[in-house]
Design a protein around this ligand. Structure first.
Ligand code: HEC
Length: 214
């Protein structure tokens, strides 16, 4: 017992020493141990080859909204929050045919699918919405994250109202049009989901036949 403990403590001490050696800040870094410039340089160096058609700035540099949310740790001033909401709302492109409801069955698959946008994906992999990573949706699904609110009975609880359907589409297209520094991805804005996929996910939330509303 004692010797195990001693060995364990020895390991902890050795690890602590190793960590201290690695992360010990230099005199210049001490005031700013993770300077954004240093982080940027490191990050860029790790991306040796960007996929075709991607530019570093378009994919990795923060836009104005992200910059403000980062700098304020997601607590923007009232003024900045209002500016973000207006700017992000202006990016939402509603379906040209005016229809917001697609197929709930396809929407279910999209909500469950967390693939896409990963370096290990085969070219042409269709991205999912990974909604279950953050939301409860259909009651039969036992595995879901709770970063976002439960969307159980979402359509029914909103009375299947047209304005709510449109608001949900906008939320999914660009979450930051509704909550300035939302943790929810901007699915349409970043072209993670296509228009049809967003319609399908809206159907999953709003179709009375969808398991979400049963
Ligand atoms: C990384 C986590 C995350 C993912 C993934 C995510 N959401 Fe969200 N969602 C949130 C959070 C957090 C909120 C709460 C409001 C906010 O902060 O934006 C939210 C809010 C919502 C709302 C508004 C709920 C209300 O209060 O009326 C809807 C609708 C919604 N999400 C749908 C979806 C759908 C559909 C998907 C998948 C396409 C999805 N979300 C994926 C985090 C997420």
């Amino acid at each position: 017992m004692t010797s195990t403990f001693t060995t364990y403590m020895g390991l902890v001490t050795a690890l602590a020493t190793a960590i201290a050696v690695v992360t010990l800040p230099t005199a210049t870094d001490a005031a700013d141990p993770v300077s954004p410039a240093l982080l940027d340089t490191y990050l860029k160096a790790t991306f040796k080859k960007l996929p075709e058609g991607w530019t570093w700035d378009a994919r990795v540099a923060q836009d104005e909204t992200q910059r403000i949310c980062s700098e304020t740790r997601n607590k923007p001033s009232k003024d900045d929050a209002a500016k973000i909401l207006a700017r992000e709302a202006a990016t939402v492109q509603y379906p040209a045919d005016g229809k917001f409801i697609g197929s709930w069955k396809d929407g279910e698959k999209i909500s469950q699918n967390g693939r896409g946008g990963q370096f290990s994906d085969e070219p042409g992999t269709v991205s999912g919405g990974n909604c279950y990573a953050c939301h409860q949706m259909a009651p039969k699904e036992l595995s879901y994250g709770t970063i976002g609110p439960s969307l159980l009975n979402y359509g029914r609880s909103k009375g299947y109202a047209e304005a709510e359907v449109k608001a949900a589409y906008a939320k999914i297209y660009n979450a930051q049009s509704a909550v300035a520094c939302s943790n929810m991805p901007r699915f349409g804005f970043h072209k993670v989901l296509t228009e049809q996929q967003m319609k399908d996910v809206v159907a999953y939330l709003f179709d009375p036949e969808s398991p979400v509303n049963k």
